[in-house]
Structures are given as C-alpha cells and as structure tokens.
Design a protein. Structure first.
Length: 199
C-alpha cells in the first residue's frame, strides 16, 4: 500500500480543488540503525555540477537510487543493504503520482513521491506547497533553497515530510520525501536538494 497519502490528497486538492483531507502514513517497523549515523556524504548531497532535469517524470525510483539515499542519510559505511521498490502509480484527477519505497528486510520507512502538473490551471509551486501545507493539519515551516517553494513538517504518526515544488517548462513539478522523524531535517534537505535538480 502507498504510505504517502499526503501527496495523493494534495493531488486531489490540486486536480479538483476539493476538500480532500490529508492523512499520515504508518511506520513500517524500526528505523535502520544507520539513519542517525554519520553526516551525509557531501559528494552526493552537494553535487559539483547541476543535474539535467528529466524530460518527463515517469517514476520516482529513477530520480534517487537506494545507494544515493543511503549515502545522503549518513549510512554510507553501514553494512545494511537498502533496496528500492517502485509502487504502482496513483492517479488523483489528471495527476499521476509516482512513489518509490526504500528499506531493508521487508520494511520500507522511506518514501519519495514525484508528480508533474500542467501550470495552465494556475498550479504554481507556491499554490501546490500551499495546498500541502493546508492539508497537513499540523505545524509546518517553509524551507528555502529547495525549488521554488518547500515545506517541512512532522505528522502525529512519527514521520516527517519535506515537500518541494518547482516550475519546469509548462509544468509544476513536486517531490515529497517521507522518513521517520529521527532523521534530521538537514538529511531531508540533502535528499531533496539532489532530487529537485533532477525533476
């Protein structure tokens, strides 16, 4: 099952401007021990050159490999093997949401979702992030330096979310990363710093 229901609720909000309520996701077991480990590798977190955005978003796993995520979360020297699994795309109105789950031992505590919306309906990055903020129903705070707009918050179920959105051509592209709240916000930002360049 999809665990980032929040992004699907936003897709519903953006596509239909309806009163869909955002809900959290449940944790899938213990957080791998390497999550709170050493700081993220700067070679991956801060690439020396800008990435080329994909022409079209066709999946979430191609935007971030399991080994890149592990390094960005500070587990580069851990022997824990992190795997990735692309979930079946979900559709909210005209929006297709792609989600990649990351974990080990059958537990997937990390998720990355990505979507693109035509900006012809007024779906600007600020509008999308505003809808996510409103739908979260928890205290949020803006994050600067990630795309054109970004927001971070923690859900009552113990998971944190960082969502970022940017304009690309005639699309507004949005990515959402979810992980247990023990992961420092800086690591969330490192992950999306890389992914936002790729969308």
């Amino acid at each position: 099952m999809q665990r980032i229901i929040t992004i699907l609720s936003v897709a519903c909000l953006v596509a239909t401007v309806a009163g869909c309520s955002a809900t959290g996701r449940s944790a899938d077991g213990p957080t791998p021990t390497w999550v709170a480990g050493a700081p993220a590798s700067t070679s991956v977190a801060t690439p020396k050159s800008k990435e080329t955005p994909v022409a079209k978003i066709t999946g979430a796993c191609p935007l971030l490999s399991a080994s890149e995520l592990k390094s960005l979360l500070g587990g580069g020297t851990s022997s824990t093997r992190l795997t990735e699994a692309e979930a079946k795309p979900e559709t909210g109105g005209v929006t297709r949401v792609y989600t990649c789950k990351y974990g080990s031992g059958g537990k997937y505590p990390f998720e990355l979702s990505a979507m693109g919306d035509s900006d012809s309906g007024g779906y600007t990055p600020a509008y999308v992030i505003g809808a996510i903020t409103k739908g979260s129903k928890v205290t949020t705070h803006e994050v600067s330096g990630l795309g054109d707009a970004a927001v971070f918050y923690t859900l009552p179920d113990g998971n944190s979310i960082l969502a970022a959105s940017k304009k690309f051509g005639h699309e507004t592209r949005t990515v959402v990363f979810s992980a247990p709240k023990v992961v420092p916000q800086k690591n969330f930002e490192d992950v999306l710093n890389l992914v936002v360049q790729r969308i």
